[in-house]
Write a protein that binds this ligand. Structure first.
Ligand SMILES: [Zn+2]
Length: 300
């Protein structure tokens, strides 16, 4: 089946499965073609302590063609601001995993992220790439200090979502235990875009879209600290919109916000293994390249 037919089939089937519905025409001021945010799901972090099939068996209960955008490692100028501008123009809400040291350096940018309505989670204090090599005490301090730094930047601990992502996904059993004791929901991801590698923005966009096509839905891992991510993002969003994907925003439950997701989340047999996407979508093309190229063939 061609992608066009697949999209038509999806559009016919979608109303039965949707909870919220796609962004209505005109719902995004000044941008009638925006992909928008189709719905918000509220999760109780204490009920779902580890999500993301790259590392864990459980993930968010997304329906087919739903994507959650996540941005790690910032904030840093000018890239974080440019990503925020793009998301605002598309009326897209994302989840950020912020590094404590970066929040200390650029607290106003953390506030801008929060004030724009995005979810602000944390990503350790100093982003040690060898997190697993840390002592239990130092590992726990990385988690705790990161949360404290971001709470300080926002001026209110309640504004920090109890969502945590390990730097480099370098978790340990002891750190998982500490996170659970703190009531943190540990986020892995379902789909990487490899935007930390020395790739061009078109290749980052191609990998993101191709892998989402392969998995059908998921939590997309991006980093708002790279020029290539800034340049790839418009093409990712445009391509996802044209393919009938929808963006879902995730927020934590609280005293005045009941969870909309009730246990259990989706369990995938065999989940928790790093899955390298193979050539199953060999006919995938990106129609909108940053350089105006019409076709970008997939080459395994
Ligand atoms: Zn990171």
């Amino acid at each position: 089946m061609s992608w066009g037919l697949a999209k038509i089939a999806f559009l016919l089937a979608a109303p039965l499965a949707m909870v919220g519905g796609p962004a209505m025409a005109g719902a995004c001021p000044g941008n009638p073609n925006a992909i928008g945010t189709s719905r918000t799901i509220v999760v109780n972090p204490r009920e779902h302590i580890r999500i993301g099939t790259m590392d864990y068996a459980e993930t968010l209960p997304l329906v087919d063609r739903e994507v959650v955008l996540t941005f790690d490692d910032g904030p840093i100028p000018p890239y974080t601001n440019r990503v925020l501008d793009i998301l605002a123009a598309e009326c897209v809400k994302a989840t950020y995993f912020i590094v404590g040291d970066m929040a200390k350096e650029y607290p106003a940018m953390v506030r801008r992220i929060y004030d724009a309505g995005h979810t602000v989670g944390t990503h350790s204090m100093s982003h040690p790439y060898r997190f697993r090599a840390l002592s239990v005490e130092r590992g726990n301090a990385q988690i705790d200090d990161g949360i404290a730094a971001i709470a300080a930047a926002l001026g209110d601990a309640d504004k920090v979502a109890p969502f945590f992502r390990f730097p480099g996904f370098g978790h340990t059993p002891a750190a998982h235990e500490h996170a659970a004791a703190r009531g943190l929901m540990v986020w892995g991801a379902d789909v990487p875009a490899d935007d930390w590698l020395k790739l061009g923005p078109r290749e980052v966009a191609r990998r993101a879209v191709q892998r989402l096509e392969y998995k059908g839905k998921g939590i997309l891992l991006l980093h708002d600290i790279h020029q290539r991510t800034v340049e790839a993002l418009p093409f990712i969003l445009e391509e996802l919109r044209d393919r009938g994907f929808r963006i879902v925003h995730v927020v934590p439950s609280s005293a005045d916000r009941q969870p909309t997701v009730t246990a259990p989340l989706e369990w995938r047999p065999g989940g928790g293994r790093r899955i390298v996407v193979a050539s199953a979508t060999a006919d995938l093309t990106l129609r909108h390249g940053p350089d105006g190229q019409q076709e970008y063939p997939y080459r395994p």
